[in-house]
Write a protein that binds this ligand. Structure first.
Ligand code: PLP
Length: 443
């Protein structure tokens, strides 16, 4: 053949053959790793709290990409910002910097009320933010000889090997054999166990280098640590020279109606409003990790190290990332924070979250509601569902298929709601109507 184009441009991707008649489910199963199972829907576009699937059905999104799309879908400020940024610079590597990168770091330090000398490291995900935090704790371990690292039962910190070492669920860890040594899991919110762990001087493996806590466990079904537990963890870590790490990957950046959950804990502990600032300072961690809502859908994670000592635990060359904090992702973070402030979304999260919780608590099929802003766990009343096993999963399917509602199950009887922070009172009402109808269909 003398076709000049054949040798020059071989169709290695098989672009023409890809246009097959197979269903999207078949295409997915034949090309993507089965780690997630088959997805629930093929989605094509979204606007605000609504997403549209490939058959044109419009669904109310009460999950927001698992607490990620803080500004909802296609928020005009985010769309304009990242479009403009894409025209200027998308990526420069960390051999260079950009204004959005510095700006976002400054904004995070300010929002966290972190002291002078605090520093930020940017990554691309929650797991990676926790990897950076764990490496900082391992540096502290090297400096001090303190060997033990604590995490909590039910905790989730990610799937990369370091973060996985801190993640409790055996089914996630055991397939991979031995991970980071020295990690111990304490029972959830158990003050006595915490005190005993720190009292264990002369423990065979030595003293404690650090403890990783989710102020509210997200994957475990929106389970809050009591304010007393967080306060005691802070006191004990200070007293024993251990690092306190808050994993605020899911709870941070306005999800709970505060910039960070530990600010909410300070508010709950304060007997008068004026105590708030002092309690926020008292409860401030050594290290805090962020991701999910930070970029409102553009992948970005961050480690905030509080104060000059923690800010320099990782020295030059001791950590890095090719993409971390690139101008596009950092700009998305900047716009997310700016918009949460300008649209008063912290207040909105409180108000609409309370509206949802108040009405959910009135439903006979609901046993308990744990609500922190728009971070809401709903336990179903087993009795209302007769002998049906794991009704939460069925409810997710019924809600989606018959009522055009996206919700999420974290357990057999537990649902998680984590809608965009822009959810309006009217949309909350639409949710409640549809959710009630889905419940009636199942019981
Ligand atoms: C989601 C999550 C992670 C992991 O984040 P990825 O971006 O999936 O790596 C870590 N910690 C908590 C608390 C999370 O909710």
């Amino acid at each position: 053949m003398s076709d000049a184009s054949q040798g020059a441009f071989p169709d290695a991707i098989g672009l023409e053959a890809l246009d097959s008649a197979a269903s999207w489910q078949q295409r997915y199963q034949q090309s993507l790793m089965g780690v997630f199972g088959t997805p629930q829907e093929l989605l094509t576009h979204g606007s605000g709290c609504w997403v549209t699937d490939s058959t044109g059905r419009k669904l109310l999104d009460m999950l927001a990409g698992i607490a990620v799309n803080a500004l909802g879908h296609a928020h005009p400020a985010l769309v304009k910002g990242i479009s403009d940024q894409a025209r200027q610079l998308i990526h420069v590597s960390n051999l260079f910097t950009s204004v959005p990168q510095m700006r976002l770091a400054e904004m995070l330090i300010n929002a966290a009320e972190a002291p002078v000398g605090s520093r930020v490291f940017f990554a691309n995900s929650g797991s990676e933010a926790n990897e950076a935090a764990l490496k900082a704790v391992l540096r502290h371990r090297e400096h001090t000889g303190k060997q033990r690292i604590l995490a909590l039962e039910g905790g989730f910190h990610g799937r990369t090997l370091g973060a996985l070492s801190l993640t409790h669920k055996p089914a996630f860890r055991q397939p991979f054999g031995e991970l980071i040594p020295g990690v111990e899991f304490l029972p959830f919110d158990d003050l006595t166990a915490l005190e005993e762990a720190f009292a264990g001087t002369g423990h065979p493996t030595g003293d404690i280098a650090g403890i990783f806590l989710e102020p509210i466990q997200g994957e475990a079904g929106i389970r809050p640590l009591s304010p007393q537990y967080l306060r005691q963890a802070r006191q004990l870590t200070r007293q024993h020279g251990a690092l306190l790490v808050y994993d605020e990957v899911q709870t941070g950046i306005g999800r709970t109606g505060e910039w960070f959950r530990f600010h909410g804990v300070a508010r709950e502990l304060a007997s008068v409003d004026t105590e708030g600032a002092a309690l926020r300072a008292e409860l401030a961690p050594d290290l805090m990790t962020l991701a999910k809502g930070l970029g409102s859908g553009v992948p970005i994670g961050a480690l905030v190290a509080f104060g000059p000592q923690n800010g320099t635990l990782l020295g030059a060359g001791q950590h890095g990332s090719t993409f971390g904090g690139n101008p596009l992702a950092a700009l998305a973070g900047q716009i997310t924070l700016e918009t949460i402030q300008s649209e008063e979304l912290l207040t909105n999260a409180h108000r609409v979250g309370e509206q949802l919780a108040g009405q959910l608590r009135n439903l006979p099929e609901v046993a308990q509601v744990r609500q922190f802003g728009l971070h809401i766990g709903v336990d179903l009343a087993a009795a209302a569902f007769g002998h049906r096993q794991a009704p939460a999963k069925d409810l997710v399917t019924t809600a989606r298929e018959d009522h055009q509602l996206i919700i999420n199950a974290t357990g057999e009887y537990t649902l998680r709601l984590a809608p965009p922070l822009i959810l309006s009172a009217d949309e909350a009402q639409i949710f409640l109507t549809r959710f009630t109808a889905a419940l009636k269909e199942l019981v």
